[in-house]
Design a protein around this ligand. Structure first.
Ligand SMILES: Nc1ncnc2c1ncn2[C@@H]1O[C@H](COP(=O)(O)OP(=O)(O)OP(=O)(O)O)[C@@H](O)[C@H]1O
Ligand SMILES: [Mg+2]
Length: 363
């Protein structure tokens, strides 16, 4: 049974709501083939937003979306780009293959069937090609296609390029980006610190993209949309929003649980119970993560969960009987493990469910 509140998969177009201002903003930037960097805390809705935008702008653009969260080498990066490009044209398979074959100099393409969805797609064959050859083919073909129509190339989880060390992908991309006309690059990601450092002063990508931090959905939009499916008043929507700290995924998850209960007017108790259910459902996996930490790291995680910033104060150090230096190095290792993230003025736990779970430990 489907629910109108997706929370762990990208929303399809009919279930997408709100974001009017953001969509307009993206449209303005893309209209002039400028580039854009969209970042936010985790699970605010970046991927949903760009996918919705690309789908609704397909008539007059070639939209290419590539998610690089799992790349581990420069070759993976090039392959992901080629695969996304190969499947971007919304024309019949035969014409698409013909088209690509006429542009690619070295890459071969062949139709394939996705074993999961049973849908046809196009597979680039690159086994014998070097990274440079793949990149050349990709950008050459992109260039050719951009002569016919404007292109939007969205690269999601873009901070992953920083993990590729044997080649400077940012410098390389700078070269390509600067040469292009009629192409907008949209970079997305959630590790703000890593991502913004790629675009920082004097970095290769500096000033190559307009930055935009995606904020939570607007409460009015959530009210309008959810009132179509639930009997819930605005105060309680604000309560959900507050408990979720604006995280779209958690808001949607709570609304989903309320929707499947469907018991007349929603009450605050039902919301609290839904929230508890969400946190409990993650309990065993969070325990496993927690158990991998040493005692100082466990303490550091509790402190970050409780105080977020200013926690090197002696009152906090005394409360937890931990030395400043120990806390510093433990916080640093939690950051390396990606359990916590940095903001200008402190640390935070990027996953709202995990944050609430940790808060429960210190209650
Ligand atoms: N405007 C929206 N309308 C409906 N559902 C949305 C909207 N934005 C986000 N969602 C839902 O919230 C969840 C999280 O959204 P999404 O995955 O797009 O966020 P993200 O910022 O890309 O997250 P991550 O940091 O994990 O990459 C998804 O299940 C998605 O369907
Ligand atoms: Mg995403």
């Amino acid at each position: 049974m489907s629910s109108p509140f997706p929370y762990d998969s990208l929303s399809t177009n009919e279930l997408f709501f709100g974001r009017d201002e953001e969509l307009e903003r993206i449209a303005k930037i893309v209209q002039y083939s400028n580039n854009l960097l969209i970042h936010s805390k985790r699970r605010m809705g970046k991927s949903s937003l760009i996918n919705y935008f690309l789908e609704t702008h397909q008539d007059n653009h070639l939209s290419i979306y590539v998610d690089i969260f799992d790349i581990t080498s420069k070759e993976d990066f090039a392959k992901s780009l080629l695969k996304a490009l190969s499947n971007a044209q919304k024309i019949d398979l035969k014409s698409a293959v013909k088209n690509l074959t006429s542009f690619f100099k070295r890459v071969r393409v062949e139709p394939t069937i996705d074993t999961k969805t049973l849908e046809y797609s196009i597979k680039p064959i690159v086994a014998t090609l070097s990274f440079e050859e793949m990149m050349d083919d990709f950008f050459y073909t992109l260039d050719q296609l951009s002569k016919k129509q404007p292109i939007i190339l969205a690269i999601d989880e873009f901070q992953q390029i920083a993990a590729i060390k044997d080649v400077k992908l940012d410098s390389l991309l700078r070269k390509y980006i600067q040469q292009r006309k009629n192409i907008s690059f949209v970079f997305l990601g959630s590790k703000r610190h890593l991502l913004t450092s790629l675009f920082a002063y004097k970095a290769p990508l500096y000033e190559l993209a307009t930055h935009f931090e995606l904020q939570p959905l607007q409460i009015d939009d959530i009210c309008d949309y959810s009132s179509r499916f639930l009997n819930i008043d605005e105060k309680l929507i604000s309560y959900i929003y507050e408990k979720s700290d604006g995280e779209t995924k958690m808001i949607q998850h709570i609304l989903h649980l309320l929707y499947i209960q469907k018991r007349g007017a929603v009450t605050k108790t039902q919301i609290d119970e839904s929230l508890k259910e969400i946190i409990n459902s993650k309990d065993s996996s969070y325990k496993i993560v927690f158990d991998t930490l040493n005692n100082n790291q466990k303490t550091a995680l509790k402190i970050v969960g409780k105080y977020k910033k200013g926690f090197f104060a002696s009152s906090v150090l005394n409360e937890y009987t931990i030395k400043k230096q120990t806390l510093q190095s433990s916080v640093e290792s939690l950051f390396k493990k990606e359990l916590i993230d940095k903001e200008d003025d402190g640390y935070f736990i990027p996953d709202r469910t995990f944050e609430l779970w940790v808060e429960r430990l210190v209650e």
